[in-house]
Design a protein around this ligand. Structure first.
Ligand SMILES: Nc1ncnc2c1ncn2[C@@H]1O[C@H](COP(=O)(O)OP(=O)(O)OP(=O)(O)O)[C@@H](O)[C@H]1O
Ligand SMILES: [Mg+2]
Length: 365
């Protein structure tokens, strides 16, 4: 158990004063560099390393465009090869000066969290670089990129229903691990769960990334009041947005939105629609428990032979509960894992017995 982080948190609970031990208060860059500045890679906890700027340049051929794999709010992401030969993803922090403090905090949280968390459904941090003003995060390389691109981006692969269920279950397991105290002794809220933060391996195993906004939930407190809602439009828990009360259930709402993306193949926020109909939850919420209408929103890209309607309706029912307005009515992530296991089983059983064909016969009366 990471005693350091727990005791720092307890100290904060006792005083609630803004002191130097508070991991959430911004500190000048120099503060974090005290023991991180070493000329060569040094092993840290859980095998993550500290890299130099030179190593980052060598790994990416000086950040050549050929190695660019993506761009997000934090900066560009490059494919790189470390001196050890390992292929990695290197995220380069590129923020305007007025966002540097925020970026530094996210950088620090990401390193802190990922160095302590270990689970097959969380992307692993291979190391980081904090060389002068330069900041890089180095992750295991995820061959199939992010889920959103696989669903409605450039990808050629048409994901069938069982593959989508496998991804949903993997992501649910990752979140359930974060929410359980078994991770680091205190539950962790991700706060920016979304389909671009679910990365996929060659075998389509899902791993959650981007912990920069993650927050520890203090023991005995189920609610944490924040003044500024942080996260991404389309995934915001409406209760958190209106009250500022952050709970583990805010992640469950975002998970429900991802479940809907997997079912429909639509984006969480579709800006081509009129403003009142842009949000996927608003578009489909009213039909999730209506078996007949439900068929109309199933992603047409999905092979019909890969699903049975029983598993689809169980899944839609779970999604509808995850996106309930009232957070106390949403299931826990542990419940989501159990239900998704049952849904996967129902789907495979239905396909084996040909149940789905029987159920989907066109009505003659
Ligand atoms: N470990 C990784 N392996 C492979 N590709 C990655 C990895 N990390 C990130 N990427 C790719 O780089 C893209 C940009 O990632 P990044 O996390 O910076 O932004 P984002 O999640 O898309 O958006 P936001 O900044 O709003 O969170 C991702 O969408 C993904 O396609
Ligand atoms: Mg991301």
């Amino acid at each position: 158990m990471p005693l350091g982080i727990v005791s720092a948190w307890n100290k904060r609970r006792r005083s609630w004063s803004l002191d130097q031990n508070d991991p959430w208060i911004y500190k000048r860059l120099e503060y974090w560099q005290l023991d991180d500045q070493t000329p060569h890679s040094t092993k840290r906890h859980h095998g993550s390393s500290v890299f130099t700027l030179k190593e980052m340049e060598d790994a990416t051929c000086s950040f050549s465009d050929d190695n660019l794999i993506g761009k997000g709010g934090f900066g560009r992401v490059y494919r790189g090869r470390l001196r050890s030969g390992e292929i990695v993803a290197i995220k380069k922090m590129e923020l305007p000066p007025n966002k540097e403090a925020e970026g530094e905090r996210e950088f620090r949280v990401e390193v802190d969290m990922l160095s302590r968390l270990e689970h097959p459904n969380l992307v692993s941090l291979r190391g980081y670089c904090a060389d002068g003003k330069h900041r890089f995060l180095v992750y295991e390389y995820m061959n199939k990129g992010n889920l959103q691109d696989q669903l409605n981006g450039i990808s050629e692969t048409k994901m069938d229903w069982s593959l989508r269920l496998k991804i949903a279950l993997g992501a649910a397991r990752g979140l359930a691990y974060l929410h359980s105290s078994s991770a680091i002794g205190i539950p962790v809220v991700h706060r920016d769960f979304k389909s671009t933060n679910i990365l996929l391996t060659e075998q389509f195993e899902a791993k959650i990334s981007d912990f920069g906004l993650a927050k520890l939930m203090p023991e005995g407190r189920e609610i944490y009041v924040t003044t500024k809602a942080l996260g991404t439009f389309g995934y915001f828990d409406p209760e958190y947005t209106s009250t500022g009360k952050l709970t583990l259930q805010s992640d469950v709402y975002a998970f429900g939105v991802v479940l809907l993306e997997l079912l429909t193949g639509r984006r969480a926020l579709d800006l081509s629609q009129v403003p009142t109909n842009q949000n996927i939850v608003i578009q489909v919420r009213h039909i999730l428990n209506d078996r007949k209408k439900l068929r109309k929103v199933i992603d047409p890209e999905m092979s019909r032979s890969s699903y049975n309607i029983d598993s689809i309706s169980m899944y839609a029912n779970l999604a509808s509960r995850c996106v309930r307005h009232n957070s106390t009515e949403r299931p826990s992530m542990a419940d989501c894992v159990k239900e998704l296991q049952l849904i996967l089983f129902t789907n495979s059983k239905g396909l084996r017995t040909g149940l789905h064909l029987f159920k989907m016969q066109p009505r003659t009366t």
